[in-house]
Write a protein that binds this ligand. Structure first.
Ligand SMILES: Cc1cc2nc3c(=O)[nH]c(=O)nc-3n(C[C@H](O)[C@H](O)[C@H](O)COP(=O)(O)O)c2cc1C
Length: 200
């Protein structure tokens, strides 16, 4: 049997039962380097038109997250977005979960692949990270928020001007005291058009 595409009903079950865990509700220590690499390896296997691999990953653990937290609060002040008090609070944004992987969108103009398609591939990267982390037994959450869009934060992370933060991807362990509940999902039937769409 081929090593590719073997049927795996459990994977379907996982997709149907995956839930984000709020980063601030995660327990430590979260994935170690070996498992972080497994999560990123799964992310790097997404469909990618033109083999441009328009993504890279910045892994922040422990005190490295605090460095980002300080950068976020400085950015808020520098960009005139916050009073000192709010900036202090936002410093905790990066430390709310045990492991933070900044998923960086790094588009390429080397080939005539539309940027839209590179963005779609980036989205698949972030989703694959959530699925891989869930499969490995970890809690995960895909966040963005103000920090992800701040030019000061982007510069501080040594990103180039055309790069963007696609996700502040948090990973940790499940806290058994905080059970998950389902959130409302779109009605699948209302989203499907069976057959060729006609007007009227
Ligand atoms: C690009 C992107 C950015 C997001 N940013 C935030 C965010 O900043 N804050 C937030 O509460 N949820 C954010 N979410 C939503 C959560 O990741 C998550 O989808 C939501 O909490 C629903 O949980 P679920 O994954 O179990 O469906 C974002 C989702 C995406 C796709």
């Amino acid at each position: 049997m081929s090593m590719f595409n073997s049927p795996n009903p459990e994977t379907y079950d996982l997709l149907m039962a995956r839930r984000s865990v709020k980063a601030r509700d995660m327990a430590g220590p979260g994935p170690d380097d070996k498992d972080i690499k497994k999560i990123v390896s799964a992310a790097c296997r997404v469909p990618d038109h033109g083999k441009l691999a328009p993504w890279r990953y910045i892994v922040l653990k422990g005190g490295e997250r605090e460095t980002l937290g300080r950068l976020i609060s400085e950015a808020l002040i520098m960009e005139g977005q916050a009073k000192e008090k709010t900036a202090d609070k936002m410093a905790g944004y990066a430390t709310q979960g045990p492991v933070l992987v900044v998923a960086v969108y790094s588009p390429s103009d080397k080939k005539a692949i539309p940027e839209w398609e590179q963005q779609l591939s980036m989205g698949a990267v972030c989703q694959n990270m959530l699925i891989a982390a869930t499969a490995l037994g970890y809690a995960s959450q895909w966040l963005t928020g103000w920090a992800a869009f701040s030019p000061t934060v982007r510069q501080g992370l040594k990103m180039t001007s055309n790069e963007r933060i696609a996700g502040l991807m948090f990973f940790g362990n499940h806290d058994g005291d905080k059970p998950l509940s389902e959130r409302e999902r779109p009605d699948t039937d209302s989203k499907i058009i069976w057959g060729f769409p006609h007007t009227g």
